[in-house]
Design a protein around this ligand. Structure first.
Ligand SMILES: Nc1ncnc2c1ncn2[C@@H]1O[C@H](COP(=O)(O)OP(=O)(O)OP(=O)(O)O)[C@@H](O)[C@H]1O
Ligand SMILES: [Mg+2]
Length: 264
């Protein structure tokens, strides 16, 4: 039987206003199941200027899942990811990643959590004065990996994204698709169990976009839990994974992976 790992709440029929916080299960951080990679429990985000980022979202993402998050501009996709890697704090509700409740998580504890999360952005965020190898190795160096360990990890990461022959190029010598693949190599070189990607294909043509999705699918087949935001409906359909659609900061719909037509 198909197990749907996502609980969701439809938006209320009437207003756009933020729901009052509901009673939270304070024990959730302690009791969270080991098979759960991400749990959001009635999560609301109000930015300091009063803008509503998320309006009360609850879902579980199990370890090894691959989830697309879709929705119009401003529906809360980036906000959701930012809450997961601690770039923003939830106003209400619980955000739990790999068993850790992010409420009030700061400093070294937050840094430790981020080491276990790979992040990919639409605009690649590569350092232009460093080569491909240096861009990828930089993360490991910053985390105190030994020279030997960096060498051991570098090649497999570049191989995974098909860029071993570009190791000594600078970002401006690469196509957009190649630059995005470098950013994926950088995100996974320390083998995080969770990869978050915010519009990773937003700047790419269909062929390069599909190549990126194929790499994410491959990582997922190795057990990495993947959460990707996108506007690209066609890509989502072709990739065939679970899809959670946001609207105005709510989960509007959840569609599970179609196992019948899976083409992994
Ligand atoms: N730093 C911020 N300060 C204030 N409001 C913000 C901030 N970031 C996002 N918002 C607001 O929160 C809402 C959700 O924004 P978010 O960036 O999460 O949407 P999105 O779904 O990622 O949109 P897009 O598809 O355009 O990237 C929007 O109304 C936005 O204006
Ligand atoms: Mg966004």
């Amino acid at each position: 039987m198909l197990k749907l790992p996502l609980k969701f709440r439809k938006p209320p029929e009437t207003s756009n206003s933020i729901e009052p916080p509901q009673t939270l299960d304070k024990t959730v951080g302690k009791t969270v199941d080991k098979s759960v990679m991400v749990r959001m429990e009635n999560v609301q985000k109000v930015y300091t200027n009063g803008a509503a980022g998320l309006n009360g979202i609850s879902f579980d993402l199990l370890k090894g899942d691959f989830l697309f998050i879709t929705g119009h501009s401003g529906s809360g996709k980036s906000t959701l990811l930012k809450l997961l890697y601690g770039a923003e704090q939830a106003t209400y509700g619980d955000v739990i990643v790999n068993g850790i409740n992010l409420a009030g998580l700061k400093g070294d504890n937050l840094a430790m959590l981020r080491r276990r999360i790979g992040i990919v952005f639409q605009d690649y965020k590569l350092v232009s004065s460093r080569t491909v190898s240096e861009n990828v190795a930089f993360v490991l160096r910053a985390q105190g990996f030994s020279r030997q360990e960096i060498q051991r990890r570098l090649l497999p990461a570049l191989k995974m994204v098909g860029l071993t022959d570009k190791a000594n190029c600078f970002p401006n010598e690469l196509s957009g698709g190649e630059q995005q693949r470098v950013s994926i190599a950088r995100a996974i070189v320390n083998t995080p169990p969770l990869l978050l990607a915010d519009e990773p294909t937003g700047n790419l043509d269909p062929e390069n976009a599909w190549q990126v999705i194929k790499i994410l699918k491959k990582l997922n087949s190795f057990g990495v839990t993947i959460l990707v935001t996108t506007h690209d409906e066609q890509l989502v359909r072709a990739a065939n994974h679970s899809v959670m659609q946001l609207r105005d900061g709510y989960v509007y719909s959840v569609k599970p992976k179609d196992r019948e037509s899976a083409i992994d």
